[in-house]
Design a protein around this ligand. Structure first.
Ligand code: NAI
Length: 695
């Protein structure tokens, strides 16, 4: 049973019990319906209370049943709600802690609702590209009024129960020291004989001049919701609560829900929701793997990344010692941290007290002896194997036994780095993304000898730092940068063939990327890619690159930091202005290599950039560098600005259809720099089998 049944005097108490948040899965729904029927059959019972065990009244649909036929198996959520609403004995929802989605919809089908203060009340379906599909859009406006219900449904944001105490949603909000069940039972006794039973469906939504308000809402929501259809559908269904009869509104809500659930945008959001949860699961590292305590951290290198990484620890309340080679670099790094926090304070997002607390947790040193007691040390020095070697040999000498030695390297061989120590089991990659205090992604690089407990600790730490941790094996560039390299190569080839930076960026940004490859290069610094290519020219001469990016760097145009890159920049303005000389250089380069420039369509640009990444990702999957396709999607959604409504590169390729992706790749393999395209065996196999990466 996932709902318990007890009788307290004349009141039956049904307690939903499906940890962790009493999701309304099939077994719970069945038990709840049975409970109501049992109460109706018992003459001694005069009223019914429904509540939730543990940490919630109910968090709504059981996510384990998402996309499964169980979600639709009777008794459905609609049936459970109808059973409560049509009960001939009063049903009281006794709400605490969490009451969301289907949980709130169930309570709205009850005749009365009582609550503890501080319970989180929400209809968050919009966050998964849906709308509340079990009467929420029709019943919530009938108790909260049009405006408040619309805000809650369109935003999905929780509101505390005590803030709603004076609305018709609640018949009573108890004091914090009350015992919910006994208070709800006492309440039920007082209303046990009241007839007719109040039903939310019988209420009217009064809103003078509702059409004007609804039109204003449509306009505002449309402007804010970008490519996602759900917010506007929420407005339309809530509008139906005013303009239609209850039954018709319910039918309309059902119809729009069934429409939304089929949209790619909702599928993408649901995919991302599950992908985030599954990313922390590593098949050979069980959930009960012991983790090491992280109470004190050290960061080596107080540059761009070191400072941001340190802020993550400070934000989580973990003290950090920063180590540098020179006092000047250390002072600069610490000053940058201070300035970043001051800016956050100026924006009103950090209190003086929190600022003081965080700054008190950070200190600096030039001596390795001062960091020896740290539980984790993250190295963020120059991307040079020689420098990394010096640092890791030293760390091996000074760090206490059991300390985790992490590297932030973005391309170097972690196994080689681990080999500089006598404790390779303690070495792991923690690849943060710039700006490290902002970006959600943390690629966790598992070396050949990384200990399972070290990996489990890094995954737990990523949660503590509010990051999305994704595990990657060791290879050049790991998951994210290895794929972006193919994307950048194609961007370069497109310039050689006829496109200009502005067209490429615009096409990709229209597709939904936060920033096209050339604006991105200018932001990150074109000299970084230049240094990597120089290394590759020696190590992997077989890989071809367009020379345009090198020519740009030879012009001294490193990007925003030099005020000039692929574009020009004006002081204090991040807007990119096309530059005639750069464009002339590109055109001249095509002539120099004997390529006749042609008009390139936006579709070709997007296909080449995205499919080149997808093809590389298929190799990454096949090699076991990524554990699953959805991990690759997470990397791109949280670290590279891939459009969320497209669900990540692998999900996107699945929606296009892998045979179509493969056909396009084969076509481009016949074109300029065609040798850059070698369809990955996994892609070919899945396309032939009619499968997708994620299915
Ligand atoms: P940076 O040049 O801004 O900072 C490096 C810092 O390390 C400098 O302050 C330098 O004084 C210090 N340093 C150099 N040798 C040292 C030593 N032996 N001991 C102590 N400190 C030393 O470099 P950035 O950009 O912060 O990169 C650091 C690492 O992070 C590199 O491995 C890089 O590949 C990686 N990374 C960089 C990203 C970026 O966007 N900049 C993104 C992700 C990773």
């Amino acid at each position: 049973m996932t709902a318990e049944y007890q009788v307290h005097g004349t009141v039956a108490v049904i307690t939903l019990n499906n940890p962790p948040v009493n999701g309304l899965g099939l077994a719970t729904r069945t038990a709840a319906v049975k409970g109501i029927q049992q109460a109706l059959a018992d003459d001694a019972v005069k009223a019914i209370v429904i509540t939730g065990a543990g940490k919630a009244f109910s968090g709504g649909a059981d996510i384990k049943e998402f996309n499964s036929p169980k979600a639709l198996t009777e008794p459905s959520l609609h049936t459970l709600i109808a059973t409560a609403e049509s009960s001939t004995k009063p049903v009281v929802a006794a709400i605490h802690t969490v009451c969301m989605g289907g949980g709130l919809e169930l309570s709205l089908g009850c005749h009365y609702r009582v609550a503890m203060p501080g319970a989180q009340i929400a209809l968050p379906e919009v966050k998964l590209g849906l709308l509340p599909g079990a009467g929420g859009t029709q019943r919530l406006p009938r108790v909260l009024g049009l405006e408040m219900a619309l805000n809650m449904i369109v935003s999905g944001t929780p509101v505390a129960s005590d803030k709603l105490a004076n609305t018709a949603l609640f018949d009573a909000v108890f004091t914090a020291d009350a015992d919910l069940v006994s208070s709800a039972v006492a309440f039920a006794e007082t209303i046990a004989d009241v007839r007719p039973l109040p039903k939310v469906r019988d209420r009217k939504v009064d809103y003078p001049n509702h059409e004007a308000f609804l039109q204003f809402s449509r306009n505002t929501v449309k402007a804010m919701s970008g490519p996602f259809p759900a917010p506007l559908e929420c407005v339309e269904t809530v509008a139906a609560s005013v303009t239609m009869k209850f039954e018709d509104g319910m039918k309309f809500e059902r119809e729009r829900f069934l429409h939304l659930i089929q949209t790619t945008e909702s599928k993408a959001l649901r995919h991302a929701f599950f992908a985030e949860r599954v990313a922390s699961k590593v098949p050979d590292v069980p959930a009960d793997t012991p983790v090491r305590a992280i109470k004190q951290a050290a960061v080596i290198g107080a540059g761009t990344m070191g400072g941001g990484i340190a802020m993550n620890f400070l934000n989580a309340g973990i003290p950090v010692v920063m180590l540098e080679t020179k006092q000047e670099a250390l002072d600069k790094g610490l000053a940058t941290i201070r300035k970043n926090y001051e800016n956050t304070m100026k924006k009103g997002k950090l209190t003086q007290e929190k600022f003081d607390q965080r700054m008190a947790l950070v200190s600096g040193t030039l001596a390795y002896e001062d960091i020896g007691q740290a539980d984790i040390v993250v190295e963020a020095v120059f991307e040079d194997m020689g420098v990394k070697e010096t640092v890791f040999r030293k760390l091996d000498e000074v760090m206490k036994p059991g300390a985790i030695l992490a590297s932030n390297t973005s391309t170097l061989d972690l196994n080689q780095i681990a080999g500089f120590t006598k404790r390779p089991q303690d070495v792991i990659g923690t690849h943060f993304f710039s700006p490290a205090n902002v970006m959600k992604l943390l690629e966790i690089v598992r070396g050949a000898q990384t200990g399972k407990d070290v990996l489990a600790t890094a995954l737990a730490l990523s949660k503590k730092l509010k990051k999305t941790g994704v595990v990657s094996g060791v290879c050049d560039g790991f998951i994210g940068n290895r794929m972006i390299e193919q994307y950048s190569r194609q961007a370069g080839f497109l310039l050689e063939e006829g496109a200009l930076p502005e067209q490429v960026d615009k096409a990709v940004e229209k597709f939904g990327f936060a920033m096209g490859p050339f604006r991105m290069g200018d932001l990150a610094g074109n000299d970084i890619g230049w240094a990597i290519r120089k290394r590759r020219y020696v190590e992997k001469p077989e890989i071809s690159y367009s020379k345009t990016a090198d020519l740009l760097c030879e012009m001294g145009r490193y990007g925003q930091k030099t005020g000039a890159g692929w574009y020009d920049y004006k002081a204090g303005d991040r807007k990119a202005y096309p530059n005639e000389q750069v464009n002339a250089m590109i055109v001249q380069h095509s002539a120099d290599i004997g390529v006749a420039r042609r008009k390139i369509s936006d579709q070709e640009i997007v296909e080449r950039l995205v499919y080149s990444m997808v093809n590389e990702a298929a190799h990454i999957l096949e090699e076991g560098i990524a554990l699953r396709a959805s991990d690759i999607d997470m990397v791109y959604l949280t670290g590279y600005g891939f459009p969320l409504f497209r669900g990540g590169p692998m999900f996107y390729a699945d929606t296009v259809g892998l045979p179509n992706v493969l056909a396009a790749i084969n076509k481009y393999a016949k074109g300029h720099q065609g040798s850059a395209w070698k369809p990955a065996p996994l892609l070919v196999k899945l396309a032939e089998e009619g499968k997708g990466f994620n299915s």
